[in-house]
Structure formats: C-alpha cells, structure tokens
Design a protein around this ligand. Structure first.
Ligand code: MGD
Ligand code: MGD
Ligand code: SF4
Ligand code: MO
Length: 708
C-alpha cells in the first residue's frame, strides 16, 4: 500500500516494549455507547488495519462502518502534523507553521497576561471527541485548576436525562446491556441503535429471534423503527405525556406490582394521582398518535407483569434534547418499578451505564490545585451568548481566551450564528488542539496537532456496557503530533507550574483512573476488565438514591422549588404554535458520521451524500418540494440550505435535518445548528436541539430524471 511520504515509520524504541509486534489491543475513543475493543495490525510501524476484538464479548469482532476505516482517518492527508499560527484574519483558516517551542511560549505568555488580570477570563472548552479518561479531563483539568480558569459545565449531550435518572434512580445506572437478549418486550425509546448503538442491537435481535416484541418510540421512522413490530411516531418533546398515560393504563387495569411499589419506591400515592390526570386520550392529543397505540403498548407492558415476563426499556438521549427532557427521562425511569420489572435481570431500563464505573476523578483532576478558589462556571451549551457578553457583576469577566480540545463547538453548539460571531472576535485568544482543521480550528490563533487513539495511551469507561478498557498506542505519534496530556504538561512548564503532578506520565494517569477498584493487570493482559456488578441490581430495591428507593417523588427537586413529580413540560417551541414556523425540526445523528467527526473522511461523506432534510410528502407537496430539491430551512435565528428528500422516515409536521455536517462542507457554509436555539432543558441546563420550529422553502427544483 502507498502511504504519504511524510509519515515516518516509528523507531522500535518509541513503542512500549510490551506490545505485540503485529496486533495491538485498544479501545474505540468515540462518543458511542458501545466502546468497542479494537485490534490494530501494525507493520513496520504503520497501522494497516483496525478490527473489532473477537475476544471482547460486547464487541464480538465487529466494528461499525466508521471505525473499520480508522486508518483512513489516521493517515488522512489533511491530518494536522505541526503547530500552526494564524496569519490571516480571524476565522479565515490561514496559518503558518511554527515550532512547538515558539507556540507554547507565546501561548503561555498570553495566558499569563490574562490570568494576571483575572484567570476566569480563560475558559476551557472540551467534550467527548475522545471519551478517554486520560486524554479527556486529567492533565487538562489539572492545568485549568492550577490556573484558576473558569470551570466548564459539560452539558451538550446528556445532562437533562442524566439529572432525571439521578433524581429517580440515583445515578446513571440500570440494566446490564447483555440481558436485553433475554427480554420478552423491548421498548426502544428515543434511540436509533442500528445507527448509534450497534452492539446493543445485536442483543435486541437475539431477543427478537427468540420471540420478543419490539416497540420503537421516535418521531422519525429510523432504520431501527422499521425493524420493530410497532412504531409510535410521537411529536418531539411529548414523551412524558406518553409515559404518564402508560402509567394511567397500568393503574386502571391494576397491572401493578403492589409489593414492589410498597417496599422499593417513594411517593407512589402522589405519582398515582398525577398519572390519573393523563388518560390515553389526553396523551394521544398531545403526542398526536392514535390512542389505540398507547393502549396497546400499556397492555404489552402490563402483560409482562401478569405473565411474570421481563420487559426492558432502552432509552437514549435523543428524547431529552427538548425543554422537558429531564422530566421525560424521570417519567420513563419510573415505569419499571410500577410492574416490578427490576425483579428480572432482563427487565428495567438502561439509559447510560457510566455511573457504575468507579472513576477516581479527584486523582485525575486534582481539585486541590484550585487552592480554595471557586471559579465561575460557563455552560458549554450557551457558548454563543457567553462569548458575546461583556464583563458584569452577574457574569464575571468577559471571556478573553478559549482553549478548545476534543470538541468542535462551531459545528455542534446551538445557534451557530452567535457561536461564529463569538469565535470571530478579534480580541479573543483561541487555542485549538485538533486532528483536523475543523470549523472551530479555522478560528484558532494557535492550532496544535493532537495524536489519535492509535498513537496514545488511555483508559475508557463505557456508557452502553459495563467493561473498562485500556488503549495502548499502536504506532508512534505522526509528524509532530502530541497527546493532549503532553500538550498540557508542556504548557504547564511554560507557565512556570512546578507542582509534581504535572510530571505524571500517561501510564501513571491510566493506573490512577480506577485506582485499585479495577485490576490494572487484567487491563494490560486482556485489554478489558468486566466490572463485578449484580445481574439484577434493583431486584430488592437498593437504589443509590438518598432513600434507597426508586424516587417517584424527589424531595431534592421539591427543595429547589421544582416539581417533585415528573410531568409533561411542553417544548419552548411547541409544534403548531407558530403560523410563521409551522414545522418542528429534529436533527438526529447521521449513521456514517459521529457528531461532526468523520465528515471529512471522504468515503463516509460519499455515503451520506449531501446535507439532507427528510420531509413527509404532505409537507413537501404543500411547498412544491420534491426529492432532490434544494431548499432553504429557516427560522428567526437563521437559515441553511439542504437537499430535500420526501421520505417515509418523516412524520407530518416534523422535518429531520440529519446531523452534524461541517459548515464548510455543507451547501452554503452553515449547518443545522444555524437554526437551533440556546434555550435550556428543565433539568441539567442542557441544550434543546430537537425543540426547534422552522419553515422550509423551495430554492431550486430537483433536476429532471435523466432518460436511460
Ligand atoms: N453513527 C452515530 N452514532 C452515534 C452518534 C452519531 O452521531 N452517529 N452520536 C453518539 C452520541 S454523541 C450519543 S449522545 C449517542 C446517543 O445518541 P442519540 O442522540 O440518542 O442518537 P440516536 O440513538 O440516533 O437516537 C436519537 C433518536 O431520537 C429521536 N428523537 C428525536 N427527538 C425525539 C423525541 O422528542 N422523543 C423521542 N422519543 N425520540 C426523539 C431521533 O429521531 C433519533 O432517531 O449516540 C452516539 N452514537
Ligand atoms: N443539531 C444537533 N447538534 C448536536 C447534536 C444533535 O443531535 N443535533 N448532538 C449533540 C451531542 S449528543 C454531542 S455529544 C455533541 C458532540 O460534540 P463534540 O464532542 O464536539 O463532538 P465532535 O463533533 O465529534 O467533535 C469532536 C472533535 O474532537 C476531535 N478529537 C478527537 N479525539 C481527539 C483527541 O484525542 N485530542 C484532540 N485534541 N481532539 C480530538 C475530533 O477530531 C473532533 O473534531 O454535539 C451536539 N450537537
Ligand atoms: S463508534 Fe461505536 S460502534 Fe463504532 S467502533 Fe466505536 S464504539 Fe464501536
Ligand atoms: Mo452525545
């Protein structure tokens, strides 16, 4: 195979001595519930193939389409391989190469000057470009703690649902994913596992083959919805109404596990009273689905109680990106307790398993480096507004410097018009650590080349299974790229930080992730270690809530002046409420991208084609739109162009703007987030990407089909 000449094969001494010469075990770093175990084949210091590890049961030797092409991403001709300094106007993406030494000393002196005025004017911005515990918030967090920089509230994905689960079940805890294979009823709720949780889908298919009933709850007829026995295409943001109506039916037919309710739940009389206000007819009108579908689902769920069969819910974050997302997650989290589904190992609910990992955050992040300071917190979901704010007593200092790693906010954060305006500020000093020149990187003052997963150490928790994984480097860093940890280590030296924790190696950090709670030798030997957890964690209650019970009523929420019970909280932008913007838009993940990662990998972008808007035929016909038409999607916040597809995947009144394209690779230099808002969720201060009203207008008709 021919490789770009600038890739110098690694000298043998650069590789850790305990690596096998041919195959190296690693972990997929991406923000995906599956956290696969990888096997990378290396020849002469070059990675030639990345495969799924057949010895890891959850991976089963299979990777998704994206990561099976990992070498294409790693050796991409546009990989950033040397530090760059801006030469053109802000945002122009024009850079010249500089040495690491020049870049780090200039960055350090700029940050030192800002910190002398107020360190809170410096803001870190990161998310889950890598989910690694070490290349994520370890050395970086130490650096920002020592500096006294603003803290970042990492809300962009999961905080509404996470908070809903924490209030109800006590944390991000739930069923073990493998036991879905034994369930008799599987409700896939706000999730498209064929696209985004492939290895869960393997277990679900096993159950389906064994006769389980499958129901999908999703406004979009996704690849997954198509494969289920029933698809409930509710309006976005109406899930709590549906869940409350299911409770109503369970109560009125007495499909209730009274013993479980009495011994292991808190607030049942109050929840019962709330649910009785939600007859299925009321929910059907809110969700705009046939009332029969709600009754039938309640019957299926109730029959599992009657017949002592396990019923399982796979909930995903797709349903909590609306104003009432936290309440909706709470309502769904209550359901298993009503029928005592938790008694079975194949019953209950799973949103995320991440709360089950014993990560020693303090050992990684060293909060004591704050030395008693309590910096303000910036919410990453409102970075657009926050970059445009002046200093004020409420807000604190104007943001003067932003250090971005593991994230592409210009593409992924809501209301990108404002985000771009903020990043374009001439008086903002921006450093971006990246693999590629993303939309965000275009706005950097310094662009620093980071290593990929094939080039560095890391340890991974998962959020869709309960195995910890170790990632060993398979190849030496390409070009002058450095791990995030190393960049922050060297930056610390240039800032004059002498604390000994800045000299911890990546291997030391890997060992610190779980301390003695996970056997590190097992990780070294096998690449993964299964957490020792009970099969049916809540069969006898024992929820990690303050009361030890499933908390239908949350005293903690009530104490904050919030509703102690889950309820339906309507969207900020309720479908049907605006004549100007009559359509609701959701923007779920595209199957061949991972958020905005992989958009620049040509073979994957070719499969996705162009930015796409799926429309129901009624909505399209009313606007003279056909498949292939170029349309303008717009609202009060902005507009973007896409190719329309008249599609059975869209329900009437809802359009699906598939995510998340790089702006500069789109049709008009914008993407779907040009339209999304910076409103927040009811719990967790999360973003509301799927709570967004728009209108669509034909720009150019579809080309006539060519005669064959
Ligand atoms: N291929 C691929 N895989 C991914 C990702 C990706 O971008 N691409 N993203 C990763 C990330 S960051 C995450 S957080 C995870 C989980 O990511 P999720 O965002 O949960 O993604 P999906 O599993 O695709 O499921 C979302 C589904 O929710 C539906 N939905 C939208 N609004 C509503 C609503 O109001 N109610 C209900 N019931 N459904 C709604 C959408 O139509 C979509 O089918 O997946 C990860 N995996
Ligand atoms: N409209 C709309 N917007 C959304 C969503 C949606 O469904 N609809 N989903 C939201 C969700 S769920 C999420 S999680 C966010 C995701 O948002 P982000 O976490 O920002 O995810 P990515 O867009 O994949 O960007 C991650 C970047 O990190 C870089 N990276 C990867 N590994 C490393 C590394 O080791 N070092 C460094 N320095 N960089 C690295 C990658 O090259 C990539 O450019 O987007 C959110 N935005
Ligand atoms: S993105 Fe998900 S499915 Fe694909 S290899 Fe990574 S963990 Fe596995
Ligand atoms: Mo996410």
């Amino acid at each position: 195979m021919s490789l770009p000449t600038r890739i110098v094969p690694a000298p043998a001494s650069a590789l850790p001595s305990d690596l096998s010469p041919a195959q190296v075990r690693g972990a997929c770093p991406h923000d995906c519930p599956d956290t696969c175990s990888l096997l990378t084949t290396v020849e002469n210091g070059v990675a030639i193939k990345v495969q799924g590890n057949p010895e890891h049961p959850h991976t089963g030797g299979v990777l998704c389409n994206k990561v099976s092409r990992y070498t294409e991403r790693t050796y991409h001709p546009e990989r950033l391989l040397q530090p760059l300094k801006r030469v053109g106007p802000k945002g122009s993406g024009q850079f010249e190469p500089v040495s690491w030494e020049a870049a780090l000393s200039d960055i350090a002196s700029r940050l030192t000057a800002i910190a002398a005025r107020d360190p809170e004017a410096i803001v870190p911005y990161s998310y889950a470009g890598t989910m690694g515990q070490v290349q994520g918030e370890s050395m970086a967090a130490r650096f920002f703690n020592r500096l006294g920089a603003s803290l970042l509230d990492r809300t962009i994905c999961a905080t509404a649902g996470g908070e809903g689960f924490t209030q109800t079940l006590g944390g991000k805890v739930g069923m073990k994913v493998e036991f879905f294979a034994e369930s008799r009823l599987i409700i896939i709720w706000g999730s498209n596992p064929i696209g985004s949780n492939l290895h869960f889908w393997r277990y679900a298919q096993q159950a389906k083959r064994d006769g389980a009933r499958m129901v999908c709850i999703d406004p979009r007829k996704s690849e997954t919805a198509e494969k289920c026995h029933e698809h409930i295409a509710l309006l976005p943001g109406t899930d709590a109404a549906l869940a409350l109506a299911l409770m109503h039916e369970l109560i009125s037919h007495d499909w209730l596990d009274h013993d479980y309710l009495a011994r292991h739940t808190l607030g049942w009389p109050a929840l019962k009273e709330r649910a009785l206000q939600w007859p299925p007819e009321r929910a059907a009108a809110v969700c705009r689905v046939p009332v029969e579908q709600i009754k039938a689902l309640a019957r299926d769920y109730g029959q599992c109680f009657v017949n002592r069969q396990p019923a399982a819910i796979r909930l995903n974050y797709g349903m909590q990106r609306v104003r009432g997302g936290g309440n909706a997650a709470r309502a769904v989290a209550c359901l298993p307790a009503l029928i005592g589904a938790w008694r079975h190992r194949a019953g209950g609910v799973l949103l995320s398993s991440s709360g089950q990992f014993p990560v020693d955050k303090a050992a990684l992040q060293r909060p004591e480096l704050l030395a008693g300071r309590r910096p303000r917190t910036i919410n990453m979901s409102t970075i657009g507004d926050d970059l445009l704010r002046e200093s004020s007593p409420q807000f604190g200092p104007k943001i003067e410097a932003l250090i971005v790693y593991n994230s592409n906010p210009v593409a992924v954060a809501p209301e990108s018009g404002k985000v771009v305006q903020g990043f374009a500020r001439e008086d903002l000093f921006t450093v971006v650590l990246e693999h590629f020149q993303t939309d965000t990187a275009d706005h950097a003052d310094y662009l620093l080349p980071a290593t990929t997963q094939l080039e560095h150490w890391d340890v991974h928790s998962a959020y869709g299974h309960t195995d910890a994984l170790l990632n060993r480097p398979a190849i030496a860093p390409l070009g002058q790229a450095k791990p995030n940890t190393q960049i922050f280590r060297e930056l610390a030296v240039h800032m004059g930080f002498t604390d000994s924790c800045f000299s911890d190696t990546d291997e030391t950090l890997c060992r610190a992730v779980y301390g003695d709670k996970v056997d590190f030798q097992e990780l070294l030997d096998q690449g993964f270690a299964t957490l020792k957890l009970p099969d049916a964690p809540f069969a006898e209650g024992n929820f990690p809530t303050p009361s030890g019970r499933c908390e239908f009523f949350s005293a903690r929420l009530a104490a904050q002046g919030l509703d102690g019970l889950p309820d339906h909280v309507p969207n900020h932008e309720t479908p049907g409420s605006s004549a100007e913007f009559p359509l609701a838009m959701i923007s779920p993940p595209a199957r061949n991208f991972l958020n905005s990662s992989f958009v620049n990998v040509k073979s994957l972008r070719d499969i996705e084609g162009e930015p796409l808007l799926e429309m129901h035929e009624q909505d399209a016909a009313a606007r003279g739109i056909h498949s292939g038409s170029i349309v303008k999607v717009f609202n009060q916040r902005g507009e973007y162009r896409v190719k329309a597809e008249v599609s059975r995947r869209a329900r009437p009144g809802v359009v699906n703007g598939m995510g998340i394209w790089w702006r500069k690779l789109g049709l008009d230099g914008t993407n779907v987030n040009q339209l999304t808002s910076q409103h927040l969720t009811d719990l967790g201060r999360g973003p509301v990407f799927y709570d967004c009203l728009v209108e669509v207008q034909l720009l150019a008709a579809a080309p006539e089909p060519q005669a064959m």
